[in-house]
Design a binder for this molecule. Structure first.
Ligand code: AMP
Ligand code: MG
Length: 419
């Protein structure tokens, strides 16, 4: 057999690494960094929790009224057929010292400590007051409109475990336990690099054959949305020495480097060769579309992602592979994007052996039935397709055609924490 040519055109998709296999490798091999720091709750949204949070006391800490109204013992209410003399007043933050006098009702407000002896509250809208008596309608159940101590959290309950990426509601729950600071994993430092002799930064004049750098902005925003800090190392010329020097420098001060462009096997593509020479290339060339030339490796302890140059491939590869790795490396649980099956509103033919990610739009007919359309044009340079899309359509390796009505998997951009 003649030796195999090392050229893209001769490497078939079935010889490339499959999407699932690439993810499995990343999932099993990426270990989180362990450095932590104390973070004030006000700055904790999107950070990754590094400690277990338990409730030191029940939340709420005391039985309290859920409404503005009148509190009483349910047995007294039954005995007096709903007509109870008023005997006191308790507002939120001002617990009354005295128990409710037997056979009477106490004026209470939302959040007020339930007076001792009272177990039920009637809403003020339902009560009429006559001659210092509350006239309460029939049918109130014992415990109505009363919030029990511990009904949100029991003392000692585990609220959150390490690895949780904190959402606003998580932070609210931590605040409800009284903690003002929490241990979080340190933010990752990520360097981004654009490559290509044709790439020019916006703001500069452009000459024939040049292209404005879109990827740096796409990547910065996507990486910052994972909670990492971004350093922009500028645009590198298509020269091996330039690329190597910049990557060596970046690897020393960062936890990860993400490059765009120059990841293929062309003569002007130096990124992957540079990483092979300076560190280790763990995977390269995936059986996917778009984004096939994506590479992953490391230089020292610095993770390395070589993304293709086309903006659509950059976004797709970032969301599928880079984002989960950055989050995991920062201590978070591996994020699994949620997929939804929707009927296709399109038809297509597809090569087997590779997984395709199309830009998908949810469409709704007059009856409110939803289906999934694909952006009509294919090119991986079309930023318009990313803007038009609501998310990614995922077509599995073995599928060779899709007909209208076929169920297809859809991953909304929101599933990746972006929109
Ligand atoms: P490459 O992967 O370097 O061959 O680039 C593939 C395509 O993406 C080429 O048309 C490049 O001009 C384009 N490209 C590369 N980098 C960028 C960038 N930073 N912004 C916009 N387009 C880019
Ligand atoms: Mg290039």
């Amino acid at each position: 057999m003649p030796p195999k040519l090392l050229d893209d055109c001769f490497l078939h998709d079935h010889e490339r690494l499959r999407h699932d296999e690439a993810l499995d490798r990343l999932k099993s091999r990426i270990v989180p960094l362990t450095a932590t720091e104390q973070v004030a709750l006000a700055g904790a949204a999107g950070r990754v929790l590094a400690e277990e949070i338990r409730a030191p006391r029940p939340v709420p800490a005391f039985d309290n009224s859920a409404v503005d109204g009148y509190a009483f013992a349910h047995a007294d209410y039954l005995a007096a057929k709903g007509r109870l003399k008023l005997s006191g007043r308790v507002a939120a933050g001002h617990p009354g010292a005295r128990p409710v006098v037997k056979g009477t009702a106490v004026r209470v407000f939302t959040g007020a400590v339930m007076p001792k002896g009272a177990d039920t509250v009637a809403m003020q809208e339902d009560v009429t007051v006559e001659d210092r008596f509350a006239i309460i309608p029939e049918g109130l159940k014992q415990g109505a409109n009363r919030r029990k101590a511990g009904e949100d959290l029991n003392a000692g309950a585990v609220l959150l475990r390490p690895g949780r990426r904190l959402r606003p509601q998580d932070i609210a729950a931590i605040a409800s336990t009284g903690k003002a600071e929490i241990a979080c994993y340190k933010r990752l430092k990520v360097a981004i690099v654009s490559t290509g002799d044709e790439i020019v930064r916006p703001g500069a004049p452009i000459e024939s054959g040049q292209v404005y750098d879109s990827n740096v902005f796409l990547l910065r925003a996507l990486i910052e949305a994972t909670g990492a800090e971004v350093t922009d190392l500028g645009v590198l010329a298509d020269r091996r020495d330039v690329v190597e020097a910049a990557l060596a420098e970046a690897a020393r001060g960062h936890d990860a480097i993400v490059t765009s462009g120059g990841a293929s096997r062309g003569e002007e593509d130096h990124v992957v060769k540079a990483v092979e020479a300076m560190g280790r290339l763990h995977m390269w060339q995936l059986a996917i579309k778009p984004g096939r030339p994506m590479g992953f490796g490391q230089i020292g302890e610095c993770l390395f992602f070589a993304l293709p140059g086309n903006p659509v491939a950059v976004m797709v590869c970032f969301l599928l592979y880079v984002r989960p790795v950055l989050l995991r490396r920062c201590g978070a649980d591996w994020p699994e994007p949620r997929r939804y099956l929707l009927p296709a509103a399109f038809s297509m033919n597809k090569k087997p052996d590779r997984r395709e990610f199309l830009r998908g739009m949810i469409v709704e007919d007059d009856a409110g039935h939803r289906s999934l359309d694909k952006y009509p044009r294919d090119g991986s340079g079309l930023i318009s397709s990313l803007r038009a899309a609501d998310g990614l359509i995922e077509i599995a390796e073995e599928v060779t055609s899709v007909a209208p009505g076929d169920p297809v998997a859809f991953i909304p951009f929101e599933s990746f924490g972006c929109y």
